[in-house]
Design a binder for this molecule. Structure first.
Ligand SMILES: [Zn+2]
Ligand SMILES: [Zn+2]
Length: 451
């Protein structure tokens, strides 16, 4: 038995891992690297012989886990795909949107590799998708290996997966959050001892502020919104369409209900609307808080049509929750920022991760008066609005992951989905906590023996 990362480089990028169980070959996730373009954004699938995979498991629908699924499926025409019902609905929407984005990049940036797949291929792919419920064990093909999904608390439909085979217990966390979010409930992972733990380490390099709690973070958010609206400014929340948008909309709704923020129009735009429709449709079929609440039905949002995305006009005393979260060029949040950042009445509120090199990353590290390049094809703009950052992460803090690893005390811990400083922290702490365990920072391509 062995494990092999199919990523091309270290860090969080195109997540995809081969789990070779002797009689069964399983690929965990089929991501696409959001920081790379063309072939470089794909995992190195050539490392796995053509048509040799029995099953593909998708832990959740973020593109760094599902973005290249049709490409992998084409190479393994006999493989079935296992995912939760919610993950299937959301992945379908994400992949169709990805076809549109790739087609646009082919036209505007001349990247001729794009699109990697077509709308028709995404539609047809679903014929071999098996929707599996959390907690119900399943098998693949002839093998008697048992697979079981566990709620991962990261976004709707996200799971970790336990593999039981030849007396061994192997667990893959996917992306995980152990704390409750506004909608998602914290992860419910297996607690019995493991032989191998494959663990995400996203926040391994981050120390959380002393005295943090999600409630005080919501109050900081409310305070910024109150003071901005009081001076007749507007609030821009650049936000990931999938997961984070629905969490923050629910948070805004609760703050509004409790009279902690004043009534003001809320605009959403970009891919968010489509994702929120699916969140609402499946609300009572997944484990979450506020199961009877339908965001679009009950929040009276103003929805910027995607076809008319250039028409989102600035108005005072308004909340704009627009994707993308990193304010990538050509997205709704990026275009809108041109008429927003130079107004000192306004505030821009960051509620999630942004790569330091992205436009959102540049704004976060800038000072008032600095020139910001939002799009290299357009003139830079001066930053005069307030900038605030919040911790509403969908990823576990490192101490929670460390505690989980201690609880299940595996013989091997494979560190994935993290940067070098994240790996370094976990290697140091876990080798102290669990001196008999082997702690391995997984390198691209390296085969790790699981026997
Ligand atoms: Zn994720
Ligand atoms: Zn991820």
């Amino acid at each position: 038995m062995y494990f092999q990362s199919l990523s091309r480089r270290r860090g969080i990028g195109a997540n995809s891992y081969l789990l070779d169980l002797d009689d069964t070959r399983v690929v965990l996730d089929a991501g696409m690297d959001p920081k790379a373009e063309g072939t470089e954004s794909l995992p190195d699938y050539a490392q796995v012989p053509y048509d040799s995979v029995d099953g593909i498991v998708v832990s959740h629908c973020h593109l760094d886990h599902v973005g290249s699924l049709p490409v992998l499926m084409r190479r393994h025409p006999h493989a079935r795909v296992y995912l939760t019902e919610a993950c299937a609905h959301l992945s379908d929407a994400m992949l169709h949107n990805s076809v549109n984005v790739m087609t646009m990049k082919r036209e505007e940036l001349g990247i001729t590799d794009y699109p990697f797949f077509t709308h028709r291929e995404v539609d047809r792919a679903q014929h071999v998708w098996d929707e599996v419920s959390v907690g119900r064990s399943f098998t693949m093909g002839e093998s008697n290996a048992q697979f079981t999904f566990f709620d991962a608390g990261h976004i709707m439909g996200s799971v970790g997966m336990l593999v039981e085979h030849q007396g061994k217990r192997i667990f893959y966390t996917g992306d995980v959050q152990f704390e409750d979010q506004t909608l998602s409930k914290g992860a419910q992972f297996p607690k019995d001892p493991l032989d191998v733990l494959i663990m995400e380490t996203t926040r391994g390099g981050v120390t959380r502020r002393d005295g943090y709690c999600r409630e005080s973070e919501s109050e900081r958010l409310a305070e910024a919104i109150r003071s901005t609206l009081a001076r007749e400014g507007s609030v821009l929340i650049p936000i990931f369409a999938m997961g984070k948008t629905q969490e923050i909309l629910m948070t805004l709704h609760l703050l509004r209900e409790q009279d902690r923020i004043p009534a003001a129009p809320i605009f959403i735009g970009g891919l968010s609307t489509k994702m929120t429709v699916i969140y609402d449709k499946l609300a009572d079929r997944v484990t979450r808080h506020h199961q009877d609440f339908e965001i679009l039905e009950e929040m009276n949002l103003t929805i910027a049509s995607r076809r008319r995305k250039r028409e989102i006009r600035y108005q005072p005393h308004t909340i704009y929750a627009l994707s993308s979260g990193m304010m990538t060029e050509k997205t709704v949040s990026n275009k809108f920022a041109f008429e927003f950042l130079d107004n000192p009445r306004n505030a821009i509120l960051f509620v999630g991760y942004a790569d330091p090199e992205s436009p959102a990353g540049k704004i976060r590290s800038a000072r008032k008066g600095d020139l910001i390049v939002l799009d290299p094809e357009r003139a830079p703009i001066e930053l005069h609005c307030d900038v605030h950052e919040y911790d509403f992460s969908g990823h576990a803090v490192r101490e929670d992951l460390r505690a989980y690893a201690n609880e299940v005390s595996p013989k091997k811990i494979l560190l994935v989905h993290g940067d070098d400083d994240a790996y370094a922290w976990f290697e140091q702490k876990l080798s102290g906590d669990l001196p008999d365990a082997e702690i391995i920072a997984v390198e691209p391509g390296e085969k790790i023996d699981l026997n």
